[in-house]
Design a protein around this ligand. Sequence first.
Ligand code: SAH
Length: 252
Amino acid sequence: MEAATRIRIVLVGTQHPGNIGAAARALKTMGLSRLVLVAPEQYPADEAFRRAAGADDVLAQAPVVATLAEAISDCRFVLGCTARSRRVALEELGPREAASKVVALAAADEVALVFGRERTGLSNEELQLCHASVHIPANPEYSSLNLAAAVQVLAYELRVALLAGHALPDATATPRQELAASHAQMEGLFAQLGETLDDIDFHKGRAPDSAMRKLRRLFLRATLTEQEVRLMRGILADAQRMARLAGAKAPE
Ligand code: SAH
């Protein structure tokens, strides 16, 4: 089940070290081992290792990084797990659908499932880095699972999808299609898109945030390939060049 090695579980800003340990255990029971910790509040901590029980190997090899962007920079598909729907209108997947998509993509690409803080979940800025969200359809009046319990539910679904995928004849041996763009490549595109919109005076004095949020959503939903990102950036570079020429010619 090599696909499992390309699936990483990212915990953002975890407040209780016990939950980190319990998440490590949840992963190991389902045959997963890649945990990444983004700015945990108290870590390393004895409590984490206690709660990991026999899964301290998963903890020991979990990198600790400062930002979510760092944790996912080489990922080509990123899902954010949310206890409730947010203002950020991301496509919302159920756990089963999400797991089968993640496992299919992990045949060739790095993919990530991202979990938020116990108190406040993922911020809107963090969700904007994701291609889609996953929601466990819990009791709508009490929908927030304990962090490690949410990790366990998703890890189980990944396990089921991995076992099913494994039985398929050579699902992973089909010739490689075009590579999906990585998080870092998408951020490069968004940065240039932001600059271009300024260069062509698209915003006309309005704050750029709302348009950029919508454009991010549009392009992330489309899951662009590397080639498509290059094409878009080529078009933007030409638009920027034309804007410079027009600016040079425009009468003061
Ligand atoms: N009070 C927070 C809940 C945080 S629970 C909030 O309202 O957002 C900690 C994390 O567990 C969440 O950020 C999410 O990643 C995961 N989680 C909890 N319940 C979930 C659910 N029903 N579906 C998907 N993820 C869930």
